[in-house]
Design a protein around this ligand. Structure first.
Ligand SMILES: [Zn+2]
Length: 137
């Protein structure tokens, strides 16, 4: 590992040495600094992806890409290459919605406010007393 865990993507300042300043995107479960693949073909694609934001980007042994730039937060069989937030202008675009993860994060605050609403209703509820109860027939 060593002290070289920082992201090489243009405009991304994630660095393990400054953990309080790290930004973790909504689609990422765990922020990790990923090494470039050993396979030269795949590595060439990673390099070309990073050059979208940094035209003169050069790969080195210590170059890392953080989880934010992967569709699934890490290289997977379906999405093996960094494709997200590669240029500073991308940084304002929202994270992709991952099933489960984003739904959970989206629903939770709503559930909380709903529960709060219910408990407020219960505390302010007073049974209505009929002053003139209808006469039984
Ligand atoms: Zn990054």
């Amino acid at each position: 590992m060593g002290g070289h865990d920082h992201c090489s993507v243009a405009g991304c300042d994630n660095d393990k040495r400054r953990p309080t300043e790290m930004i973790q995107r909504g689609h990422v479960q765990e922020l990790i600094f990923h090494r470039f693949p050993k396979d030269e073909k795949s590595r060439a694609i990673w390099i070309s992806q990073l050059r979208k934001g940094l035209a003169n980007f050069e790969w080195g042994q210590e170059t890392r890409v953080c989880s934010n730039h992967f569709q699934q937060g890490k290289p997977t069989c379906e999405n093996p290459y960094p494709t997200l937030f590669l240029c500073p202008r991308d940084f304002t675009t929202p994270s992709p919605k991952i099933e489960g993860l984003s739904v959970e994060r989206f629903l939770l605050p709503q559930m909380k406010s709903l529960l709060l609403l219910v408990s407020n209703l219960q505390s302010t509820y007073q049974p209505v007393r009929l002053t003139n109860p209808p006469k039984p027939i």
